[in-house]
Design a protein around this ligand. Structure first.
Ligand SMILES: Cc1cc2nc3c(=O)[nH]c(=O)nc-3n(C[C@H](O)[C@H](O)[C@H](O)COP(=O)(O)O)c2cc1C
Length: 250
């Protein structure tokens, strides 16, 4: 068995949602952000902007807008990662060019860039003794989020991260189990898992629980939830400009 301390960190990291009342030193915040910026990036373009939320009122408003998750406002260090298709477009314009509008592919690539930077920050924070949690609900309520953070055209939310020093309870919480590799990896070609495989997977993860009952409850709580519906509405809304005619920018 290969032993490697750095690698072990990936297995130890878990989401943290309760934080000590302890400020994160500026030097540590900057180190985390720089670790994010060091991440791989499509064409080395850094197609994102990182918003550091320093105003408590902003954290509180976002905690409400992100499906009312109050722990967001208790985190001492909060970042919103924006997919930014504007910075390079502005450069093109300043260089006298009038290229096409950004398309959905550009938006997706920028989201990938932002999320990859985010994951570098998550791991950097872990190495520095901080806990973190992604907030996917930043994709909801796009009108209010855009107004709150003064978002510009071609700039959309990609993800949000909260950081802080974990409470003892958070540090001791068990990390949720992952599916065994065999269910998530295929050789060369895709094939969907069969019903027996899916039932076996569920049983591996939650021994003794009833599959149908669990799926019914989970589907209602997550997939059919108001927040999932709101996310889909919101994303459709902020991605609409990226789906228009590619010929013209304005
Ligand atoms: C894209 C994404 C969005 C997430 N959004 C939320 C969220 O809004 N609220 C929350 O408490 N956790 C959120 N999480 C954390 C997941 O619930 C967590 O990663 C998952 O349960 C696995 O647990 P672990 O991170 O402790 O291993 C999110 C994670 C990801 C990757």
């Amino acid at each position: 068995m290969i032993q490697n301390d750095a690698l072990q960190a990936f297995f130890d990291r878990k989401s943290v949602r309760s934080f000590l009342d302890k400020a994160v030193p500026q030097e540590i915040k900057e180190l985390i952000i720089d670790a994010g910026i060091a991440a791989p990036s499509a064409g080395n373009q850094q197609l994102y902007t990182i918003i550091v939320l320093e105003e408590q009122a902003l954290k509180e408003k976002l905690a409400l807008l992100c499906d009312n998750q109050p722990f967001i406002a208790t985190a001492p260090f909060v970042l919103v990662l924006l997919a930014d298709c504007r910075r390079w477009l502005d450069c093109y314009h300043y260089a006298g060019l009038d290229p096409r509008r950004p398309g959905l592919g550009d938006m997706l690539l920028a989201c990938e860039d932002a999320v990859i930077a985010a994951q570098n920050m998550v791991m950097a924070a872990h190495f520095l003794g901080l806990g973190s949690c992604y907030i996917g609900d930043i994709l909801e309520n796009q009108e209010e989020v855009a107004a709150l953070l003064h978002l510009d055209s071609w700039v959309v939310p990609a993800t949000m991260l909260v950081f802080g020093y974990p409470t003892q309870q958070a540090a001791e919480r068990n990390k949720p189990k992952r599916p065994p590799r065999e269910y998530l990896v295929r050789k060369n070609y895709y094939s969907a898992l069969s019903e027996p495989e899916l039932r076996r997977l569920f049983n591996d993860l939650s021994p003794g629980r009833d599959f149908n009952q669990y799926m019914t409850a989970f589907c209602k709580r997550k997939y059919l939830s108001d927040f999932a519906q709101e996310m889909n509405r919101s994303v459709l809304c902020f991605s609409a400009p990226f789906t228009k005619d590619q010929e013209r920018t304005e």
